[in-house]
Ligand binder design. Sequence first.
Ligand SMILES: *[C@@H]1O[C@H](CO)[C@@H](O)[C@H](O)[C@H]1NC(C)=O
Ligand SMILES: *[C@@H]1O[C@H](CO)[C@@H](O)[C@H](O)[C@H]1NC(C)=O
Ligand SMILES: *[C@@H]1O[C@H](CO)[C@@H](O)[C@H](O)[C@H]1NC(C)=O
Ligand SMILES: *[C@@H]1O[C@H](CO)[C@@H](O)[C@H](O)[C@H]1NC(C)=O
Ligand SMILES: *[C@@H]1O[C@H](CO)[C@@H](O)[C@H](O)[C@H]1NC(C)=O
Ligand SMILES: *[C@@H]1O[C@H](CO)[C@@H](O)[C@H](O)[C@H]1NC(C)=O
Ligand SMILES: *[C@@H]1O[C@H](CO)[C@@H](O)[C@H](O)[C@H]1NC(C)=O
Ligand SMILES: *[C@@H]1O[C@H](CO)[C@@H](O)[C@H](O)[C@H]1NC(C)=O
Ligand SMILES: *[C@@H]1O[C@H](CO)[C@@H](O)[C@H](O)[C@H]1NC(C)=O
Ligand SMILES: *[C@@H]1O[C@H](CO)[C@@H](O)[C@H](O)[C@H]1NC(C)=O
Length: 495
Amino acid sequence: MGGPLGALLAAWLLLAAGSGGAKDNILLVLTDDQDREMGGMTPMKKTTSLIGQLGATFANAFAVTPLCCPSRSSILTGRYPHNHLVRNNSLEGNCSSPAWQKFQEPFTFPVYLQRQGYQTFYAGKYLNQYGDPKAGGIQYMPPGWSYWLGLVGNSKYYNYTLSANGHEEKHGEHYEEDYLTDIITNRSLQFLEKLSHPPFLMVLAPPAAHSPWTAAPHYKSAYSSIKAPRNGSFNVHGKDKHWLIRQAKTPMSNTSIEFLDNVYRERWQTLLSVDDMVEKIFEKLKTLHLLDSTYVFYTSDHGYHTGQFSLPIDKRQLYEFDIRVPLLVRGPGVKPNQTHLQPVLNIDLGPTFLDIAGIDASQTSMDGQSFLPLLVNETHKSKWRSDFLVEYTGEGHTHQDPHCPALGPGVSQCFPDCVCEDAFNNTYACVRTLSPINLQYCEFADAQNFVEVYNLTSDPHQLFNVVKTVDPSQLEQMNQRLIKLQACSGVTCRS
Ligand SMILES: *[C@@H]1O[C@H](CO)[C@@H](O)[C@H](O)[C@H]1NC(C)=O
Ligand SMILES: *[C@@H]1O[C@H](CO)[C@@H](O)[C@H](O)[C@H]1NC(C)=O
Ligand SMILES: *[C@@H]1O[C@H](CO)[C@@H](O)[C@H](O)[C@H]1NC(C)=O
Ligand SMILES: *[C@@H]1O[C@H](CO)[C@@H](O)[C@H](O)[C@H]1NC(C)=O
Ligand SMILES: *[C@@H]1O[C@H](CO)[C@@H](O)[C@H](O)[C@H]1NC(C)=O
Ligand SMILES: *[C@@H]1O[C@H](CO)[C@@H](O)[C@H](O)[C@H]1NC(C)=O
Ligand SMILES: *[C@@H]1O[C@H](CO)[C@@H](O)[C@H](O)[C@H]1NC(C)=O
Ligand SMILES: *[C@@H]1O[C@H](CO)[C@@H](O)[C@H](O)[C@H]1NC(C)=O
Ligand SMILES: *[C@@H]1O[C@H](CO)[C@@H](O)[C@H](O)[C@H]1NC(C)=O
Ligand SMILES: *[C@@H]1O[C@H](CO)[C@@H](O)[C@H](O)[C@H]1NC(C)=O
């Protein structure tokens, strides 16, 4: 049934369901590899004013793991990696694997929301191995989505395949027809136009600012004089850090610096199309009178670095630049221009969405907690955490890299200049405490059981590992807290 009568009936059915009347809509814009610490939000002028200035900015938002697939799996499940068991970006590490599909995906936030009457829409990059023939191919649609437009594989801007509700949709390299960020924008506008009745959940996951950093034609000359920032730990040798950081070459070669400056600029260029996406969707929500009943979240899967501790480009490290993410929220009851300092995690997004939909996330297996009370200033209703866990399993190759004959096996991401950004033994777990002390304590699962400790109050750029000078009883305390968090599940992660 269509038309006004149909809409009326649908609205009546929704009320008659007795679940508390009309629910608010949810829109999540999830970017790829967008940092907060290195100026990653600078290109997002419209986004910052539409969401941040008309809503809330979380100044201490973190990913619990700094790699795409594990982090996205944490967002979807609201769980730490030790509970969802997605360890890296490959099928063997459970990225979109059959085991993930069987044991974790049925408990992702869209499943709960769809059951609660939400029309759900996903467009863009999902999990890095999505669409692999060994994981069901493009016919496979993850549960919980009424409309599915999933990118096969990792981020791309042109020459990619989408699964459109399980059907193959191939794209070439013509800007007007194929640019992925714009495809996501256009399809989401169509979804909103055709929406028969709210509430809806939309997740838009553009490829920006991930490699291969292909900007839209009209943005290719933007920021022509921009270079990566030289402040903080740029081109600084991490002399007292674990072996992977010590192998980086300081000073970096001029070709490496030129390379990372280009990447820095191209990342910003790709983000300009995301800024346009946000503006267009806001205009559409306004036209359709949906803006006042929609919560909009803007965040990234993890951070990024360009030259910090002489690591040319990547993520995967425990430092602030890789684990901090932007997080902006606006919506019903959220006052404009608010800045929140409580530590909010990517595993809190799912519980927050459930909370908006009237579902009690503490009854699920999610490890995170809803930050809706912070947004609508009912802080007294929730005790907030003061610390959390960051955990990461390093990726390596079992064979030597032919381009870097001096390096043994076990490492990966050794480009440019044969500086490796990851290794099997770059496997670590950290407690990050924000109050009453601002501290990070990390243990490596490597041959040295290496420990790094940072006092972020005196040393915001993490230049000095204070493991040898900090009070031993403090180390003991942090070690005990780490052991507890590494074994936590559900409620024990929240307390
Ligand atoms: C370095 O400078 C950039 C750009 O001006 C700024 O956004 C960033 O916060 C600074 N970072 C550090 C580590 O001081
Ligand atoms: C938010 O803050 C900005 C910058 O201080 C200001 O220009 C703007 O008017 C404020 N917006 C609202 C809605 O209060
Ligand atoms: C992948 O997930 C399955 C089931 O969730 C688990 O049994 C397996 O150990 C996981 N693999 C890794 C490498 O953690
Ligand atoms: C897309 O694929 C075509 C044909 O293989 C190739 O010539 C072109 O360079 C590719 N373009 C991009 C942007 O990857
Ligand atoms: C998106 O829609 C606009 C406006 O209709 C159109 O000009 C553009 O070519 C479309 N882009 C893609 C990639 O489909
Ligand atoms: C590298 O760049 C610096 C600063 O621009 C310059 O002084 C130096 O000569 C360059 N080195 C080489 C080997 O080109
Ligand atoms: C929350 O409410 C308290 C007391 O009413 C007020 O002092 C505080 O500024 C508000 N905080 C936010 C983030 O709105
Ligand atoms: C990913 O994790 C699996 C399971 O632990 C491991 O076998 C595989 O080597 C890892 N992949 C990489 C690239 O490190
Ligand atoms: C870590 O692994 C690399 C590569 O396999 C090896 O060269 C290095 O000695 C190891 N370091 C530690 C501390 O385990
Ligand atoms: C961290 O540094 C601050 C400022 O120098 C100092 O007051 C505090 O005691 C330090 N904390 C620890 C745990 O060392």
